[in-house]
Design a protein around this ligand. Structure first.
Ligand code: ADP
Ligand code: MG
Length: 218
């Protein structure tokens, strides 16, 4: 399951799909190496109730047969888990909805130790100790996804301390391209993405806003 073919770029993009489906106005992505290397994504979407978050952590927890909203970019109920676990051994999902906060964790090493699919339920104290928890706490609703123990990333880029920045700059370029229509507000409302507080500017491959471009009709 960890080897279904994601790259760091496509894995991050899959999480952003979920934020767009949750009606978020934007996603703030953070990465760092303190206290341990992590990638964190916070959105201001509708968030999930504790039951919703448990179901979100379940593999194929959302049926492909379910009628979805037209803006829902999901399909198989897998992306959050497969994208995340393709990059890390420790996935934390924290969500806030109707003022209720909840947090759950799939930790592969814990599961190996227990020899079972044992989902960790985080206490309020544990939530507060999470990287970037304050970003979510400050919002009325939203979702924070954290990846830690980035073994796959470390295996592809080598020493994280030296290569994390460059790997995340590649992510930024990828997001600028694949989400350019969302970033420019083409879908009726604009969508923001930032990376360590630096805004991602959309990169339109068709150069539509360039003077020399003539827009054709087909
Ligand atoms: N950022 C988010 N905000 C709100 N709900 C989310 C978020 N991420 C995931 N979910 C919920 O978890 C479910 C499972 O997500 P995922 O595993 O990516 O599968 P899919 O997107 O195909 O449904 C989603 O259908 C959605 O209900
Ligand atoms: Mg999804």
């Amino acid at each position: 399951m960890r080897a279904v073919g994601y790259t760091l770029q496509t894995a991050v993009a899959d999480l952003i799909d979920n934020s767009i489906s949750a009606d978020a106005t934007g996603v703030d992505i953070f990465f760092g190496i303190e206290p341990v290397p992590y990638v964190a994504l916070v959105d201001d979407g509708e968030g999930m109730s504790p039951e919703g978050a448990i179901s979100a952590m379940r593999l194929a927890g959302t049926s492909p047969m379910r009628i979805r909203n037209p803006n829902d970019l999901g399909r198989f109920g897998l992306g959050l888990k497969t994208a995340s676990l393709s990059q890390c051994r420790d996935l934390v999902l924290v969500s806030k909805r109707d003022g209720v906060l909840c947090g759950f964790e799939w930790n592969i090493d814990h599961m190996i130790e227990r020899q079972t699919w044992s989902l960790l339920v985080l206490t309020e104290e544990e939530l507060q100790a999470l990287p970037r928890f304050n970003e979510l706490a400050a919002r009325t609703s939203g979702t924070l996804v954290i990846w830690r123990n980035l073994d796959r990333l470390a295996a592809t880029v080598g020493d994280l301390e030296a290569s994390f920045d460059a790997a995340m700059m590649d992510v930024k370029s990828h997001l600028a391209l694949v989400f350019h229509r969302f970033l420019s507000g083409e879908h009726g409302k604009s969508f923001r993405i930032s990376l360590n507080r630096s805004p991602v500017q959309g990169a339109d491959p068709f150069l539509a806003s360039t003077k020399a471009t003539q827009l054709g009709t087909f």
